[in-house]
Design a protein around this ligand. Structure first.
Ligand SMILES: [Zn+2]
Length: 216
């Protein structure tokens, strides 16, 4: 996050420290009433990809209207506390396995520059703190997917993702490791799967996709 974004968000947080992200009620980022209305998912979520490089996919919530509001705040407000809230929702509701590294799904550098931060990394960073494991941004996104490309058919989107990710760390960092691969939302699991492929091709042992929400 750049300096001005950081300053803006800090000021926003000082002025409006605790409004519920779902219903705007004052008091906390997620009020009790909205928390009890969240659609928690049974685990693990089954994804429909064939020959998936992901060993499991664990998601906390169904991507419904309430969850959308949380994800929207995470993506566009860039408030650190929202990343922490998402990480806590995952940490306290999903039975996370033992792991060695926590890796966020990367944004294309161009999009990250526009947004000022990577929302998946915001969750991954706080999840790493909660679990006492290293946060390791081991991947980069080489291909920028336009809104037009995202609206294409499933086959086109899968072809589009092929070769979209690359490793940014020496392979020895991930060799033989069990990695949690973190994103905010997954729909088909295709993005997680492409990331998992790159990690496995470079020697990672097990890749478990972990997202706040699934569906959409
Ligand atoms: Zn609420």
């Amino acid at each position: 996050m750049n300096f001005w974004e950081n300053l803006k968000n800090s000021l926003l947080f000082l002025l409006w420290p605790e409004f519920c992200l779902c219903c705007d009620r004052y008091g906390t980022l997620l009020c009790n009433r909205c928390f009890t209305q969240l659609a928690f998912l049974p685990l693990p979520v089954k994804i429909s990809l064939e020959n998936t490089a992901l060993d499991h996919l664990l998601s906390a919530l169904e991507y419904d209207e309430k969850t959308k509001k949380i994800v929207h705040a995470l993506k566009f407000q860039g408030i650190e506390a929202t990343g922490q809230l998402c990480a806590e929702l995952i940490y306290h509701t999903v039975l996370l396995p033992e792991c060695d590294l926590i890796i966020p799904v990367p944004l294309h550098p161009k999009r990250q520059k526009t947004r000022g931060y990577n929302q998946a990394a915001l969750i991954a960073k706080h999840l790493a703190l909660l679990m006492g494991k290293p946060h390791c941004p081991a991947l980069t996104r080489k291909i920028h997917t336009s809104a037009q490309a995202r609206s294409k058919s499933r086959e086109d989107r899968l072809a589009n993702l092929s070769g979209a990710f690359a490793l940014t760390v020496p392979p020895c960092t991930i060799q033989g490791k069990t990695c949690l691969l973190v994103d905010d939302v997954t729909t088909t699991g295709a993005t997680l799967n492409e990331c998992a492929k790159v990690l496995k091709q470079n020697g990672a042992k097990t890749i478990i996709g972990v997202t706040l929400a699934h569906g959409g």
